[in-house]
Write a protein that binds this ligand. Sequence first.
Ligand code: DX5
Ligand code: ZN
Length: 219
Amino acid sequence: MRKVFIAPSILSADFKNLYNEIKYLKEEGADYLHFDVMDGHFVPNISFGSHVLNSIKDVNLIKDVHLMIDDPDKFFIDFIKSGADIITFHYEALKNKEDIFKLIKKIKEKGVKVGISIKPNTGVEEILEFLPNLDLVLIMSVEPGFGGQKFMENSINKIKKLYDLKKVNGYNYLIEVDGGINDLTAKSVVDAGADILVSGSYIFKAKDKKEAIKKLLGE
Ligand code: DX5
Ligand code: ZN
C-alpha cells in the first residue's frame, strides 16, 4: 500500500500559541508542516512571511512552503534560508514556460525540493511539460486564499490523471491536495492517488489532533 502523509496547514493554528500548536504534530502522526504564504495580490488575503517560518525552524517536520504570491522568483530564497524543505509555486503566477523552467532549476540548485501548484480552474494538461522535473504537484481543491472552504470535487479527476501519468511515465513527483480535506473528503483523494493531504481547519479545530490525523488516514 502507498504511504499517505499528512501536512497540517498552520494557517488555521492559534498564532498566539503557535509553537505549542505544532510541537507535538510529529508524535500526533504528521510528517509535513504546510506553510501558506499569501501576498494579497495573487490571492485576496495576506498571511505571513519567512520570519514566521524561521521562528519554527526547529520543529521536526518537513517544511512544505506553498507560495501563493505573484513573484515567487523574488522571494523563494528567503524561505529556503528560513528552513524550507519544499518550495511550491503557482503555475498561474508565472505561466511563461522559460520562467517556470528557470525557477524550477534555481530552487533545485539550492538543494530544496520543488513543486508546482494549480488552482481549481487550471487543468493538468497545462503543466505536462514540467512534470518530469518536479518533486511535487499540488492540486488546489479550493480557490486559494482562505482556510475552511468546501472541497471541490473536480480535483479528484486531476489527481487520477496525475497518478496515471506518474505510473505510465515513471515520474517521481508526490501528489499533494490542499483545501477542504477532512474525515469525509480524505478517502476520495487517497483513493484517487494522493500522497500528501494538507489539512488546516480540520486538524487545528479538532480537540484531539492525533485522532483527527488518524481519521484522515482512515485508521
Ligand atoms: C488555502 C490554503 C490551504 C488552507 C487549507 O489557500 O492553501 O492550505 O490552509 O485549509 P483547510 O484545510 O481549512 O481547507
Ligand atoms: Zn496551501
